[in-house]
Write a protein that binds this ligand. Sequence first.
Ligand SMILES: [Zn+2]
Length: 309
Amino acid sequence: MDNANSAPIVIAGPALGTLAFEWLYFPTLALTALGTMSWFLHTGQHVETASFVISVSVLLITMLFERVHPLNPQWNQSRGDLGPDFSSLILVGVFVEGALKKAGPLIALYAFLALDLPQNYRLIPDSMPLWAETLLVLLIIEFAKYWFHRMGHENLRWWPLHSVHHSVKRMHLLNGFRIHPLYHLCTFALGVVPCYLIGASQEALILNSVLLAIGGSIQHCNIKLRYGWLNYVFNTNELHRWHHSKRLDEANHNYGAVLIVWDVMFGTHYYRPDGSPQELGIHHEERYPMNNYWKQLLIPFRWKAKMMD
Ligand SMILES: [Zn+2]
């Protein structure tokens, strides 16, 4: 008998611990963050502070695991893009978002007064449990974000405003924040303001901000993770990296922010597990201020002069 021919074929694969991490990272992170936030909401103590600390913790944990278990080690190397990423994080993530959080209730109050509605006016029934209200708010915000994002890709008038987000050459947590403040303002007006107008509670909106922190960290992160059927519910990094492809037939998909359900419903869901686009970025990069965020802020107003012959 030939021992060489009867030797078992061994296929090398990831260790069990690695597989467990890749499958369980996202559900564990999401459930822990949401569970902790729900507890603070239940006790009514330090709610705003808890929301901030949980969101920042999610981002820091994500940055840590980008180093420990990267999907693409080359994406952990800076390409002169940290300056624009941080600039946008401070301008949009801190100042603009902070101002909008204060403006939202005032806009709703102004609308109620203009329409002669009582201040405690609510279209959402009081009997609706918080989890259902949070889901409703999330679906409304995601619906607005989906269509505005899709319009940014399919309508050339809106692409210059959205192009800032696609001026990245690698996927990592921080470039998820690269966005034009006017784009952020539009998605707030289309998605969050209607939630105030139907009387969404502060608790549901706070839970949504935590969901956005989790979704934002998952969508862009350079961590090798697996999601399976969750790729039909959430816009994971297995899906979103295709959205940043330079090829339009790959990029014009997966428009959701936290959820992917509207993409599934409207036929723009694109799922190719275990793959990555060949190149990220935009066309005519030589004309675009790829690593200068302040010049990118002017791009929507100078598109013809800079990008078109
Ligand atoms: Zn996009």
